[in-house]
Design a protein around this ligand. Structure first.
Ligand SMILES: NC(=O)c1ccc[n+]([C@@H]2O[C@H](COP(=O)([O-])OP(=O)(O)OC[C@H]3O[C@@H](n4cnc5c(N)ncnc54)[C@H](O)[C@@H]3O)[C@@H](O)[C@H]2O)c1
Length: 384
C-alpha cells in the first residue's frame, strides 16, 4: 500500500513512522525543506534508540527509514492509496492543498485529515468527490499513542469509512468511530479534567499540588491535571478549551478559565517554558500536597463524576457508542478506566446525586446532569 502524508511536523512525522513500520511505502511531503531534513534526522534517532532497546532489529530499522520518501513535490503523491494531511490548522490552506491533491491522485485514493478542531465536513466540501474524504485523528506522539478517532464527514461513503478503519486497525491502532462534532470524543470528554481542577483551585478548595496528588494517588491517573496541563502547554490546552466552547455555541459547560489564559499570556506555558502552575527551574521550590484523605476523595469524586457526566452526554447525543467512548479515553489519554464502566462501578444514582448537589450549590450550566445518566440512574441501570 502506498501512503502519502502531507506535512512533516510533529504529527505528520509520527504518522509516517507508523505507516512505514506497518510496511507501507510512504511519501512524506512538506513545502519546508528544513522541516523534512529535521523529520528525517529525528526518525533516525528514534530508530537508533529502538535498536538499542532491542525493539527493532538493525535491518528493520533501516527498512522503516528507507520506505519513507521525503519530498517537496506534491506530485510524488501520485499512485497513493491513502493520503493523510497533517499541516497547519487553517481551513483555507487545507482546502487549497486538497484541491491540488485531488488533481494528482486517482479517483479511488482515500483522502484524510488529522485536524483536531476543524469540521471534517467543511474540509470534505473542498473536494470534487467528497465521499472519499474522512477524518483520522491521531494522538501525540502518534507512534506511541494507540488511539485513532475515525470521523466520517456528512458526505463520506460507508465503504470509505470501513476501508479507512480496516487500514488503520491493521497498523496496530485502536480505532473508534466518532460523529463529526467539536473535539470529537477525547478533546470534548476530557475538558472537565482540566476545568474542574482549575475551578477548585480558583475557589481555594485545594492547591495544585494537592489536587494533583489526589488524582494520581487516589484517582489512579498517571498525571494530575496541573501536571498534565503544564506538560501539554497552556497555550495549546487553553486554545483547545476555547475552541470547544465556541464550537458548542458557548455552552457554559466548556467555559475556559482566565487563570489559564493569564498563564498563557505571561508566557508561563508549562514545562516547555520552564514555568507553568509549577516552577521547573533547577532548585525551585514547589508546594507539597496536603495529604488529607477526605479532601482527596472529594476532589477525585468531583472531577471523575464531571468526566462521567460528559462521557454520558457524548453517548446521549450519539457522538459515539459506549464501547468506543470508553476505549477512546483509555487509549487516547491513558485514563485508568473507561468512564462509563467507572460510572457503572460507582453506581449511576451516586453520579446523579453528585451532579445534582453541584448544580444545587452553583446553579451553573456546567453542572447540569446528562439526561441519559438521570434516566438510567432512576431505573438503577448500567451503561454496560
Ligand atoms: N500536535 C498535536 O498534538 C496534534 C494532535 C492531533 C492532531 N493535530 C493536528 O495535526 C495537524 C498538524 O499538527 P502538528 O502539531 O503536526 O503541526 P506542526 O506545526 O508540527 O507541523 C505542520 C507542518 O506542516 C507544514 N506545512 C504547513 N503548510 C503546508 C502546506 N501548505 N503544504 C505542505 N506542508 C505545509 C509545515 O512546514 C510543518 O512542517 C493539525 O491539523 C493539528 O490540528 C495535532
Amino acid at each position: 500500500m502506498k501512503v502519502g502524508v502531507i506535512g512533516c511536523g510533529t504529527m505528520g512525522s509520527g504518522i509516517a513512522q507508523v505507516a512505514s513500520t506497518a510496511n507501507c511505502e510512504v511519501v512524506l511531503y512538506d513545502l519546508n525543506k528544513d522541516a523534512l531534513a529535521n523529520s528525517k534526522a529525528a526518525l533516525a534517532k528514534v530508530m537508533a534508540r529502538l535498536v538499542e532497546k532491542g525493539r527493532q532489529t538493525e535491518d528493520s530499522a533501516q527498512a522503516i527509514q528507507q520506505r519513507i520518501l521525503y519530498s517537496t513535490e506534491l506530485t510524488d503523491m501520485q499512485g497513493s492509496d491513502f493520503v493523510i494531511e497533517a499541516i497547519i490548522e487553517n481551513l483555507e490552506i487545507k482546502h487549497k492543498v486538497f484541491k491540488s491533491l485531488e488533481a494528482i491522485v486517482s479517483e479511488d485514493c482515500i483522502i484524510a485529515s488529522n485536524t483536531s478542531s476543524l469540521s471534517i465536513t467543511s474540509l470534505a466540501a473542498s473536494l470534487q468527490n467528497p465521499e472519499r474524504f474522512v477524518g483520522v485523528h491521531f494522538f501525540n506522539p502518534a507512534p506511541l499513542m494507540k488511539l485513532v478517532e475515525i470521523i466520517p464527514a456528512v458526505q463520506t461513503s460507508n465503504d470509505i469509512l470501513e476501508k479507512t478503519k480496516k487500514t488503520i486497525d491493521a497498523w496496530g491502532k485502536v480505532t473508534v468511530k466518532v460523529k463529526d462534532t467539536p473535539g470529537f470524543i477525547v478533546n470534548k470528554v476530557a475538558r472537565p479534567f482540566y476545568s474542574e481542577a482549575i475551578k477548585m483551585y480558583e475557589e481555594g478548595i485545594a492547591d495544585v499540588a494537592t489536587i494533583d496528588w489526589a488524582m494520581r494517588e487516589l484517582g489512579g491517573f498517571r498525571m494530575g491535571p496541573f501536571q498534565l496541563m503544564d506538560f501539554i502547554g497552556h497555550d495549546v490546552n487553553y486554545i483547545v478549551t476555547e475552541t470547544v466552547f465556541k464550537a458548542f455555541y458557548y455552552d457554559g459547560r466548556y467555559k475556559p478559565s482566565f487563570t489559564q489564559k493569564r498563564l498563557s499570556e505571561a508566557g508561563y506555558l508549562g514545562r516547555k517554558s520552564g514555568r507553568g502552575f509549577y516552577n521547573y527551574a533547577e532548585g525551585a521550590e514547589n508546594p507539597e500536597p496536603i495529604k488529607d484523605g477526605m479532601l482527596g476523595e472529594y476532589i477525585v469524586s468531583r472531577i471523575v463524576v464531571m468526566l462521567i457526566n460528559e462521557a454520558a452526554d457524548t453517548l446521549h447525543v450519539n457522538i459515539a457508542d459506549s464501547k468506543d467512548i470508553d476505549l477512546a479515553m483509555v487509549n487516547g489519554v491513558n485514563y485508568p478506566k473507561g468512564l462509563l464502566a467507572w460510572a457503572d462501578e460507582k453506581g449511576l444514582p451516586y453520579c446523579v446525586s453528585v451532579m445534582d448537589e453541584l448544580f444545587e450549590e452553583y446553579r451553573e450550566e456546567r453542572y447540569r446532569c446528562s439526561p441519559i445518566l438521570r434516566k438510567l440512574g432512576k431505573s438503577n441501570s448500567t451503561f454496560f
